[in-house]
Design a protein around this ligand. Sequence first.
Ligand code: SIN
Ligand code: MN
Length: 261
Amino acid sequence: MSSEEQRIAYADQGWCLAPRTLGQDALAKVRSSVRAIAATERPEVVYEEGTRTVRALHGCHRYDEVCAELVRHPVLLDLAEALIGGPVYLYQFKVNIKSPRQGRKWPWHQDYAFWAHEDGMPEPDAVNIALHLDEVHESNGPLTVLTGSHTLGLVTTGGTARGRDWQDHVSARLTHTIPEDEIPALTAKFPPRSLLGPAGTVAAFHPSIVHSSTDNTSADRRAVLLLTYNSVTNTPTRLTRPAFLVDPDSTPVRRLANALT
Ligand code: SIN
Ligand code: MN
C-alpha cells in the first residue's frame, strides 16, 4: 500500500495497519526494557487497582534510552508523519500491559476527550501508533475500534469537567468514557474491529475514534506500546498533568538523533 493509499484508508476508517512491522532485534530490546521498567517502583508504573499487577508504564522515553530511540524508529515515525502530513513531536508514551487473567479492561472512550478537556489540545491533529509487544488475539483483550467513528467528533461523554486527578485517566475506572447504553447504536453504525496480530505489528488509530478493550481472560500476556505523535502546530494550551503523561517537550522527533535499529 502506498503512503497515499495509507492516508486514504486512515482518513476513511480512522485506523490502519502499518505496511511494515518492527524487526525482531528492535522488538527484543524494547521487550527487555519494558520488563526492567515494570520491575521498578516509580510513579510512572501503574498497577491494577488494589493489586501489585502492573497495568501500564508511562513516559518511558524520558528515562529509558531504548524507548527514547524507539520514538525515532522509521517504521513508527514515517507512518506518523505521513498520516499527520507534517512534523510531529511525541505527546504521550505508554505501555499497556494486560497480564494473563489479571489485566483489566479499558472502557469505551475517545482519547481526544482526555486531550481536549484535560490538556486543551486545540485539534485532534495527533495520531496513536500502537506496537504489539506480544501476539494480540481475540482472548487477551485486543484493542477494538469502531471503524469510521472518528468522523463523529467528540460524542457525549461523562462531560467536559476535568478528572479528579491523573490516576482517573489510566485506571479501569476512566473519566471521559462513553456510557454503555450508547454503545449498541454506535456499533450498529460503525463496525467494531479488533486490532489483532503477532508481536511487532504496528497500527495507527485516530484521536477521535471510539475504542475499548476487554479484560484479559487468557493465559497470554497482551502488552501493547502506544506512542501518540502530535503535530508541532497543535501543542496543548494547558500543561497541568505530569510530564510522563503529557510531554512538555515539543521538539520535532525528526530533529532528535539516534533511532533504534
Ligand atoms: C488498551 O491498551 O487496550 C487501550 C488503550 C487505549 O485506550 O488507549
Ligand atoms: Mn484510549
